[in-house]
Design a protein around this ligand. Structure first.
Ligand code: NAD
Length: 468
């Protein structure tokens, strides 16, 4: 489509976002903050009703305040009707879910539904942008759906994969490391450059590629980060046997700029909505294209192994798990979010419960979402209440508040002074001084002979529970 328009700095454009989940809602707010007129639409009418009242359906730092401000500005609105939402849009972002099917293949049914909505209700000349993470080649399917389902609509398709991280999503979206545009026409390139001008004018980098490259780059980035995590977990297993320290190994490795320190933390492995499915989807794409990318299957196998290793450590720490009270600190898949989708902490919880543990969880943000996911899970209101009478505390998510636990108080309320630190968040020396048996990940354990000290008095348990 060879229509030309003069690029205008900070031009106000009409944007519609289909799918107002973690990515879509942040995209709505960001686009509105950049000065565009935005309508968000979602098939989930309850979500739309909440958003209209300025209530995000999930926790993300700063999002509620920003959502309310943008609603008040008049630039941002939500609609449950695709026809209303799409009528005027110059740019449509598709931000729907792309979960894994049982064989790992990305389920793109929502992508097709969104494309169909644009075909039926979009305006002539619309640029349809895939922001959801999709296998390379998906844009061709979107294009075909738009052609087949519309009556002569002129449109273009582009890819603009999202690199935000839950926990810092709004900041990432407003200050992106890079904006990736996969485009194949001057029209789409021009429209998207104008859309992002407020960010590129501030110096944020814009990388332009063909569409398949942009689609593949997102899967490649997530699979590579997942690989770094699994590599570190493999190192953790060796360090434990060799008497080496995986944190120091990561520091040494990470000081090499070719490697980088990020994502080298050994622990309970990766989880969340993206990494597990994206590793699987890239593997499936490769095999569909005739390449056996075995490394990716090993990455996910090692990730499962990380949860098993933590469960084995709990067993080692308390002997028989049956009947033991275990406090699981951290339920979200990572700190900064209430998202428990594919959370390794919940996978560990299920494993411990099936081994007979009396499990009590705690999370600063994810209590409700965890209860929805595992209705039988006992969730306490404080770390100390979860730990009251416990034979072992397991740290499963790297929330900063766990670094600052009052170890003396923790020891006082617990039945056994035993900590399994599946995220290496605690300070070894402080834990040792407080008299705990300590089982970190990929570092030497501190074994005290004092593991049966206690049991805690009934009063101490009551005090801790009362503090909840
Ligand atoms: P999500 O589940 O939080 O949100 C998806 C939303 O799409 C839901 O609200 C759902 O109701 C809605 N939806 C589904 N089908 C629809 C349709 N046909 N019409 C209208 N709405 C529809 O998912 P998410 O975490 O925002 O992820 C969305 C995409 O972005 C995925 O492809 C994901 O891989 C990718 N992504 C996610 C993250 C992240 O951190 N969550 C980061 C980068 C990329």
């Amino acid at each position: 489509m060879a229509r030309q328009r003069r690029p205008g700095v900070n031009e106000r454009m009409k944007v519609t976002v289909i799918g107002t989940g973690h990515v879509g809602l942040v995209t709505c707010v960001t686009m509105s903050m950049l000065g565009h007129d935005v309508v968000g639409t979602d098939m989930d009418q309850e979500k739309v009703a909440l958003l209209r009242r300025g209530i995000p359906p999930f926790f993300e730092e700063g999002l509620e305040q920003a959502l309310r401000a943008e609603l008040t500005s008049g630039r941002l609105a939500f609609s449950g009707e695709p026809a209303d939402a799409l009528r005027d849009a110059e740019v449509v972002f598709i931000c729907v879910g792309t979960p894994a099917r049982s064989d790992g293949e990305a389920n793109l049914i929502a992508m097709e539904g969104a494309a169909r909505d644009v075909a039926h209700h979009g305006r002539d000349g619309v640029v349809v942008v895939e922001k959801s993470t999709v296998p390379a080649g998906t844009s061709e399917r979107v294009r075909l759906t738009l052609t087949r389902e519309s009556r002569g609509l002129r449109f273009d398709v582009a890819s603009n994969p999202e690199f935000l991280r839950e926990g810092t999503a709004l900041a990432d979206s407003l200050r992106p490391d890079r904006i990736v545009l996969g485009v194949q026409s001057d029209w789409a390139r021009d429209v998207l450059r104008r859309l992002y001008a407020p960010l590129t004018d501030q110096g944020h980098e814009l990388l332009e590629t063909d569409i398949a490259t942009a689609e593949l780059a997102k899967h490649a980035a997530n699979a590579f980060l997942a690989m770094k995590i699994s590599f570190s977990n493999g190192l953790a297993r060796i360090c434990e046997r060799a008497g080496a320290d995986v944190v120091a190994v990561a520091d040494v490795m990470g000081s090499d700029p070719r490697i980088g320190r990020a994502f080298l933390n050994a622990g309970l492995g990766y989880g969340g909505y993206c990494f597990p499915k994206d590793v699987a989807a890239l593997d499936r794409l490769a095999s569909r294209l005739g390449y056996d990318f075995r490394l990716l299957r090993e990455v996910s196998r090692m990730n499962d192994e990380a949860v098993e290793a933590a469960a084995a450590k709990v067993h080692e720490a308390v002997w028989n798990i049956e009947g033991k009270r275990i406090a699981l600190l951290g339920l979200a898949f990572k700190a900064g979010t209430d998202d428990v989708r594919f959370s390794p902490a919940l996978q560990l919880a299920e494993r411990l419960v099936s081994a007979g543990a009396d499990l009590h969880g705690y999370d600063p943000r994810a209590a409700d979402t965890a209860r929805e996911e595992l209705p039988d899970l006992n969730v306490s209101d404080t770390a100390y209440a979860a730990a009251a009478g416990a034979h072992c505390v397991v740290i499963a998510t790297e929330w900063p508040e766990f670094r600052d636990l009052d170890l003396a108080r923790l020891r006082e309320v617990m039945a056994y002074p035993v900590i399994v630190d599946a995220r290496n968040v605690l300070d070894r020396e402080a834990v040792a001084r407080a008299g705990f048996a300590y089982y970190p990940t990929g570092r030497t354990a501190i074994l005290t002979t004092d593991v049966t000290a206690g049991p805690v008095s009934v009063e101490a348990v009551a005090v801790a529970s009362g503090a909840a």
